[in-house]
Design a protein around this ligand. Structure first.
Ligand SMILES: [Zn+2]
Length: 416
């Protein structure tokens, strides 16, 4: 039963106690014994364990638990139908060998912030909800933010049904095996219409906060970003008998393009990364016939991003002409800039006493939802800036400062 009239004050509540307990319970789930990284992929056993954990947290707090048509999990304090709800949460899935904080910090902090609110005796005048969005990282099916995209109508049921994992298992089949109904997935405008504000707390994926004296910051925008496939077509030949001047070696063109990408990005204040590459025939003693490299690029604005990618493509084509290599470029995905709602963003900065406001290059469920509801993000300081790696970390005091900040924000938005 949901009790929205009398928030329970926990007499023995110590700041951080509930956070530690939740963090400890979640820590072993989906952790690979050799790498120490997390492999919590959508609709797998580790994912099911994370979901069971979320549900148990909701139920022990007497919150109203529900799963929506896209498998996102919700925990309600107050009447969901009342509208103008204040919602917070993040995701529990991970990239391959991801860190412990990306996603779970936001979900654990949401429950801990609710505990904090109750211990303060705060009385929400609006419904409050905590959410775990499914398949945020897209590690299994290759598309990020599937749960929030489906709900926001940015991914159709047909497109989602067509997604396949590395073993050829369809998203629909995977959902079915996990006990969900893939025929039910699709846009959820009624549910989103109940939300007055969504706030996602997330570990920072960079070092901007570390350069300030602040453990917590407010997001201004998500940089526009995209993925481009570069195909370098050369000619396969013998590495031992083909004279250097007779070669059409696409590896040379590729290598020069990687260097050019770094240079163009640095000059423009953007980011450009070749993090994935495929080679044919992929033999030690063979000159490659084809090198396929994937460029991930991000910039403060769309104009800069287009200019940087255009310059990298030009550099590739020019170098290809010298190497006898043909270059083709295909844009595989693009996400426009997301400006978080200015009113909500400024309100958060005010509630947190002038916390720094900063942009990010990483995509989030909050970015997807921002097209449908007023959305904001809080970042918690990441001293090394490392993310999507087992080395990802945050100081305990900073995590607890994040919980307090989130509680302040929820109290400011829901209780007055
Ligand atoms: Zn994340």
């Amino acid at each position: 039963m949901t009790d929205d009239r009398e928030p329970v004050a926990h007499p023995g509540h110590r700041p951080g106690a509930s956070f530690h307990e939740m963090w400890r319970d979640l820590l072993p789930i989906g952790r690979h014994t050799e790498t120490g990284g997390y492999r919590r992929y959508a609709w797998t056993g580790a994912d099911a364990d994370c979901r069971a954990w979320f549900r148990a947290q909701a139920e022990t707090r007497g919150l109203g638990y529900e799963e929506d048509r896209n498998g996102n999990q919700w925990a309600w304090l107050g009447d969901p139908a009342a509208g103008d709800a204040v919602v917070t949460g993040s995701h529990l899935d991970s990239v391959p060998d991801g860190g412990a904080f990306d996603g779970p910090l936001g979900v654990v902090s949401s429950f801990a912030a609710l505990d904090e609110l109750r211990s303060r005796g705060a009385r929400p005048a609006k419904p409050l909800a905590l959410v775990n969005f499914g398949d945020e990282e897209g590690a299994r099916f290759g598309l990020a933010c599937v749960g929030s995209r489906l709900s926001a109508g940015q991914l159709s049921a047909e497109q989602a049904h067509a997604l396949r994992d590395g073993d050829g298992v369809s998203l629909a089949r995977a959902m079915e095996r996990a006990g969900y109904d893939p025929e039910a997935i699709g846009p959820d405008p009624e549910r989103l219409a109940r939300i007055g504000a969504f706030v996602e707390l997330h570990i920072e994926q960079g070092r901007a906060l570390d350069e300030t004296a602040h453990p917590v910051g407010v997001a201004s925008a998500i940089w526009p970003h995209g993925r481009w496939r570069f195909d370098f077509h050369g000619e396969a030949n013998h590495a031992g008998t083909t004279r250097l001047e007779d070669r059409r070696d696409p590896m040379l063109t590729y290598a020069n393009t990687v260097l050019a990408a770094r240079k163009k990005a640095r000059t423009a204040g953007a980011l450009a990364t070749f993090g994935k590459v495929g080679v044919e025939p992929n033999g030690v003693n063979a000159i490659a016939s084809l090198v396929r490299g994937w460029l991930d690029s991000r910039a403060p604005d769309e104009e800069t991003l287009a200019a940087v990618v255009g310059e990298i493509e030009r550099a590739a084509v020019e170098r290809g002409q010298r190497d006898g290599v043909e270059v083709t470029v295909t844009r595989e995905s693009f996400t426009p800039v997301v400006e978080f709602a200015h009113g909500l963003r400024d309100e958060l900065a005010r509630l947190l006493g002038g916390a720094p406001v900063l942009p990010t290059g990483a995509g989030h469920d909050a970015g997807i939802l921002s097209a449908s509801v007023p959305t904001a993000m809080l970042f918690v300081r990441n001293p090394t800036g490392v993310s999507h790696s087992p080395a990802e970390t945050a100081a305990e005091d900073d995590c607890l400062a994040g919980v307090t900040a989130l509680a302040d924000v929820l109290e400011g938005l829901a209780c007055h």
